[in-house]
Design a binder for this molecule. Sequence first.
Ligand code: G3P
Length: 216
Amino acid sequence: MEPEIFINFKHYENAVGKGAEQLMADFHTVNKKNYYYCLSYMDLYLKSKFNDMNIFSQSLDSNSYGAFTGSISMDSLVDFNITGSLLNHSEKRVKKDDIINIVNNSKKRNFTIVLCVENIDEVKDYAKLEPSYIAYEPPDLIGGDISVSSAKPDIIETAAKICDYYRVNLLVGAGVKTQLDMKKSMELGASGVLIASGIIRDPKPINKLNSLTNLL
Ligand code: G3P
C-alpha cells in the first residue's frame, strides 16, 4: 500500500497566501489520492480552485455556527468542502473535552480527524476515541533533522499495535526528510507520515515530494 503523505504547511511565510497558492499549483501537477495538504485557515478557500486535491485544515473548534468569535467550526469546514483536519497538533493543543466532542462529531459528519499526540500515554488515551488517524509526533524532534523513525522506533511499533487494536490508522511525524525515514516508518507499522519542514522549507518542495515517493 502506498504511504499516505500529509503535508503540513504550518504558518511558514512561503506557505501562506500567494505562497500557498503557488505551492498548491506545483503540487497539483504531481498530485495523488494519498497526498493531503494541511493549509492555514486563510487558504482553505483554495479548495474551490483545487477541488480534486485533499485539502485539510490545521485545526478546528468544537462549537457549531453561532456567536463564537474567531472560530473555525466543523460545520463551516464541511460547507467549504473540506473533508478533514489535524487536531491537537503540539503547536495548537486542544482541551481534552473539546477533543472528545470533535472526534465524536466527526463520525456523524463523515469528517476525517488526524488526532496528534505527543507520547505513548496519549496514544493509549486517544486511540480509544477511534479517530480516523492518530499522528504520533514527539515535540522535541519537530522541525529538526533527526527523524522520529530513527529516534523512537520502539514507540512507533508500540503505537502501531495499539492503533491496530482500535482500527485507527497511525501516522508518524517530526524530522521526516527522506525516503528512508518514510520507509522505516511504514515498516514499523505506520500507514503514512506527517511532514512539514522536510518539504515546505526545501528550496524545491515539489522535487522533494517527488523524491520521497519515487521508486517506492
Ligand atoms: O505536523 C508536522 C510536524 O509537526 C512535523 O514537522 O518540520 O519536523 O516535519 P517537521
